[in-house]
Ligand binder design. Structure first.
Ligand code: SF4
Length: 709
C-alpha cells in the first residue's frame, strides 16, 4: 500500500507540472512523499517547509490518497479560519482535480471551524430579508462568506454578525432548525469524512473533548493522523483554548444561557432572577475595575513556581481574598440555579429535558471551571488582569507539554509543519513548548535563491545605540531618533517599499513621530484597529512604507516590487511582564533550565526568521533584510541569531553596496522610469492622499503618510 500511495501522490504532481504556469518542484514532491510515508507508518514527524514550497498541496494530496486507499481518517489543521477556508476552497479542488480518476468520492473531505464562525439559523429568523438573502447565498454559512455578501460593511457588519452567529451553547437536537443548521450540519458531515480540514482551536477542543469522553470521540471523530500546518502558532492556539476567564463577558454569557434554560423549564423565574442579579452585581464590580481587585498573580502551581522570587514579586496578597470571594460568589449563584433546575427537570417532559440539556451542561462546566481557578493543575497561573476598561480573573495553563500530550500527541500520531519551526536547525524548542516529540524531522531547503535575491544590511557599529542600554540610561529618545534617522535613510534610498517591524507600539509610534520623509514617500503606521486595511494600502503603493507590529511579523504577504526591504528594528526579546510569561520563565528556572537560552532567545530567533520571511514570497522577488539592532554585533547571542538566517545571504554594512549587489534601483529610477501620465497620476494620488491624511488625523487614526505633512 505504501508504494501505491507514493505512486499516486507522484502521479498527481506530474499532472500538476504539465499544467500551464506550473513548473516541476522536486522539493514539494519530496515533502508530499515524506508526509505520505509518515501517515502510512503513523510516525510523529516535523517538517520545516519554507514559504513558497507549497505545503498545502503537499499535505492534502497524501491525506486524500490515504483516504482513498485505506480506512485512515486524517485531520489537517491550520491556524486561522481564513487559512482553513483557503485549504477548502482553493487547495482541495486543485488536489482532487490532480488525482483525476484516482480521486476519492465526494464527501471524503469535509470542513469544520469553530461554532461561532457559522450563522445560526434560529438567530437569523428575526433578521431582514437582505440579511437572510446574503446568508442564503453562502455555501457553508461561515462568517467569511457572510461578510463578503453582507448588505453592510465594517463595524455594522460586525454588529450584525454578533446577532446571527452560533451562540456558545444552544439546544442543538431540540432546535427546530437542527436538521438544516450550518454548524451541526458541518459536524455531522465530518463524522463520516476521512479528511477533515479544520483549525487549531477546533483541534484543541476536539482533543479536550475526546480525552474526557472516549466514546464521544471529540468533535472530529477518531483520527488516525493529524497534520498541523502553521505549527509555530499551535502553542498559542492551545494556550487560548485552555485558558479560562472570569470577566463581565463570561458572566453575561452565563446569564443569557441561564435565561434560555429557564424558558424551557417551569417555575424557574425566581431562580433565574437570583442568578441574574447575583452575576450582574459581580459583573459590575469587575467592569468598574474595583479597587478590591488590583492586578497581580493570585496563585501559581506547582508550589516551587509560586515560591519563585519573580512570581512572588507579582503576587497580589491584597487581591486574593476579594478574588476568592468573587469566584466563590459566582459558584454559589450558579449552583443555586442548577439545584433549582434539577428539581424542575425531575418533573419535566422529554422536550424540556432535551432543550435544556446543553445549557445545564454549560453552566455545570462553567461552575467547575470557576472551582479550578484557585486549584489549578500542572503548570498554571491564576491572576487578575485588565479586561477592556474592567478586570478579569484568568486561569492560564503555562506548561502546555503535558496537557497537549494527554489530549493529542499520545492519542494520535501527528505531522507538524511550518515555514519556521526549527531553531538552530533543530526541533528542540518546539518539543519543549508543545511536548511534541517527532520521531522523524527534516528542515527542507528554501525554494528561493537567497544568495542571489536577498542580502542582509547591518548598519555599521556605533551608528545606532544599544536599545537595552538606552532603556537603562533613560536615553530612549536618542535611540528612537537614531532608528528614525536610519529608517529614513533606507526609505529615501530605496524610494519606499520598506516594511519596518517593531516589537512595541510605544517604540513604533515614537520612531514614527521622528520620521521626516521627502514628499511623495508615504508612510503607514499600523493603527490600533484595522491592520489588514493598512497592509492592503501599503501593497497598493510602490513608494509606500509601513511600520508594523506582531501581526506583520507573521503571515503578511506582499509579493512583488511593493516590498523591497524588511527592517527588523530590534531583536524581539519577549519582556516577561505578564503573569503567564513570568510563570513560564520561573517554572523553567525551577527545572534547572536557563530561561533566556531555552525560551527567550529561541523565541526571538524564530520571530526574526518569521519577520525575514516577509521578504521573498514569490519567484522573482528580491530585496534587503535590514537588521538595526546593534546587539547583533556586540552580544554573544548576536551571531547565534544571524546563523538562523539562510547561510548564503551576504552581509553588508553599507546600504548602497547591498543595493548594488542586488542590482536594485534607487527612487529616481522608480519615479523617472514611470510614464509621464503615471507621474501625474502619482502626484494626484499624493494630493488625494494628503486630503485623506487630514481626515484620518482628524479621526485620530494612525495611518499617516508623514511625507506629505
Ligand atoms: S441548532 Fe443551534 S446553532 Fe443550529 S440553528 Fe439551532 S440554535 Fe442555531
Amino acid at each position: 500500500m505504501g508504494m501505491g500511495a507514493s505512486a499516486m501522490v507522484e502521479r498527481a504532481f506530474r499532472r500538476l507540472w504539465m499544467r500551464p504556469g506550473y513548473v516541476e518542484r522536486a522539493d514539494q514532491l519530496q515533502l508530499a512523499l515524506l508526509i505520505c510515508d509518515m501517515i502510512g507508518s503513523s510516525t510523529p514527524s516535523a517538517f520545516e517547509a519554507p514559504t513558497g514550497l507549497g505545503k498545502s498541496l503537499a499535505a492534502l494530496l497524501p491525506a486524500l490518497v490515504h483516504a482513498k486507499l485505506s480506512e485512515k481518517r486524517i485531520a489537517i489543521s491550520t491556524y486561522t479560519n481564513v487559512l482553513a477556508e483557503q485549504y477548502w476552497t482553493k487547495d482541495l479542488p486543485l488536489a482532487l482535480s490532480l488525482m483525476e480518476e484516482e480521486a476519492p468520492d465526494a464527501g471524503t473531505a469535509r470542513f469544520l471551524i469553530g461554532r461561532s464562525r457559522y450563522v445560526c439559523k434560529a438567530a437569523l429568523q428575526g433578521q431582514s430579508d437582505d440579511v437572510k438573502h446574503a446568508v442564503a447565498m453562502t455555501e457553508r454559512g461561515t462568517e467569511t462568506e457572510f461578510r463578503r455578501l453582507a448588505p453592510v460593511r465594517g463595524r455594522e457588519a460586525s454588529t450584525l454578525w454578533s446577532l446571527i452567529q452560533v451562540p456558545p451553547v444552544c439546544p442543538a437536537r431540540a432546535c427546530p432548525f437542527y436538521d438544516e443548521c450550518y454548524y451541526y450540519g458541518a459536524r455531522r458531515s465530518v463524522e463520516n469524512a476521512k479528511v477533515v480540514i479544520t483549525n487549531h482551536s477546533v483541534l484543541v477542543t476536539h482533543g479536550i473533548m475526546s480525552s474526557v469522553d472516549e466514546e464521544a470521540k471529540g468533535l472530529l471523530g477518531k483520527l488516525d493522523h493529524i497534520i498541523v500546518d502553521e505549527a509555530h502558532d499551535f502553542a498559542g492556539a492551545a494556550q487560548n483554548g485552555l485558558e479560562f476567564d472570569v470577566n463581565a463577558r463570561a458572566l453575561g454569557t452565563a446569564i443569557s444561557i441561564a435565561a434560555r434554560a429557564s424558558l424551557a423549564l417551569p417555575q424557574m423565574e425566581s431562580a433565574y432572577d437570583r442568578l441574574k442579579n447575583g452575576l450582574e452585581a459581580v459583573s459590575r464590580r469587575l467592569e468598574a475595575r474595583s479597587l478590591e481587585l488590583p492586578e497581580g498573580i493570585l496563585t501559581a502551581v506547582p508550589q516551587e513556581v509560586m515560591d519563585h522570587p519573580a512570581v512572588m514579586g507579582l503576587k497580589n496578597e491584597v487581591a486574593l481574598p476579594a478574588a476568592i470571594a468573587t469566584v466563590e460568589e459566582i459558584e454559589k449563584v450558579v449552583e443555586r440555579f442548577l439545584d433549582a433546575a434539577e428539581l424542575r427537570l425531575a418533573g419535566a417532559d422529554m422536550s424540556a429535558i432535551d432543550s435544556t440539556r446543553n445549557y445545564i451542561r454549560w453552566l455545570t462546566d462553567f461552575q467547575s471551571s470557576c472551582g479550578r481557578v484557585f486549584h489549578p493543575e500542572g503548570v498554571a497561573v491564576s491572576y487578575v488582569g485588565p479586561d477592556g476598561d474592567g478586570s478579569r480573573i484568568r486561569l492560564d495553563t503555562v506548561g502546555l507539554a503535558e496537557p497537549l500530550q494527554n489530549i493529542l500527541w499520545n492519542r494520535t500520531p501527528a505531522t507538524l509543519m511550518s515555514a519556521t519551526l526549527a531553531v538552530d536547525g533543530e526541533f528542540g524548542f518546539l518539543e519543549r513548548m508543545t511536548g511534541f516529540h517527532p520521531l522523524y524531522g527534516e528542515v527542507m531547503p528554501s525554494p528561493f535563491d537567497h544568495a542571489r535575491d536577498s542580502c542582509l544590511y547591518l548598519p555599521p557599529r556605533g551608528k545606532i545605540p544599544d536599545p537595552s542600554q538606552a532603556r537603562a540610561d533613560k536615553s530612549e529618545p536618542t535611540y528612537w531618533a537614531a532608528i528614525a534617522q536610519e529608517l529614513g535613510e533606507i526609505i529615501e534610498t530605496l524610494g519606499g517599499g520598506v516594511l519596518a517591524l517593531f516589537h512595541s507600539r510605544v517604540e513604533m509610534e515614537q520612531v514614527a513621530r521622528r520620521m521626516r520623509l521627502s514628499p511623495g514617500l508615504t508612510l503607514f503606521v499600523q493603527p490600533r484597529a484595522g491592520a489588514l486595511a493598512t497592509g492592503e494600502r501599503f501593497k497598493e503603493e510602490q513608494n509606500a512604507s509601513l511600520f508594523g507590529l506582531r501581526s506583520f511579523w507573521t503571515g503578511f504577504d506582499a509579493p512583488g516590487n511593493t516590498l523591497r526591504c524588511v527592517a527588523l528594528v530590534r531583536i524581539p526579546f519577549e519582556v516577561p511582564i505578564d503573569p503567564p510569561q513570568l510563570t513560564r520563565l520561573a517554572w523553567m528556572s525551577t527545572q534547572g533550565m536557563d530561561p533566556f537560552r531555552e525560551h527567550t532567545l529561541p523565541t526571538a530567533k524564530m520571530t526574526m526568521r518569521q519577520g525575514m520571511g516577509r521578504l521573498l514570497r514569490r519567484a522573482g522577488d528580491r530585496g534587503i533584510v535590514a537588521l538595526l539592532d546593534p546587539r547583533l554585533h556586540t552580544k554573544r547571542y548576536g551571531e547565534e541569531i544571524l546563523l538562523n538566517f539562510p547561510e548564503d545571504m551576504r552581509r553588508f554594512s553599507d546600504l548602497a553596496d547591498a543595493m548594488g549587489y542586488l542590482g536594485m534601483e534607487g527612487p529616481s529610477d522608480i519615479l523617472i522610469g514611470r510614464p509621464f501620465h503615471s507621474q501625474i497620476a502619482h502626484r494626484v494620488c499624493q494630493v488625494a492622499e494628503a486630503a485623506h491624511v487630514l481626515r484620518e488625523v482628524q479621526k485620530n487614526l494612525l495611518a499617516v503618510p508623514l511625507g506629505v505633512q
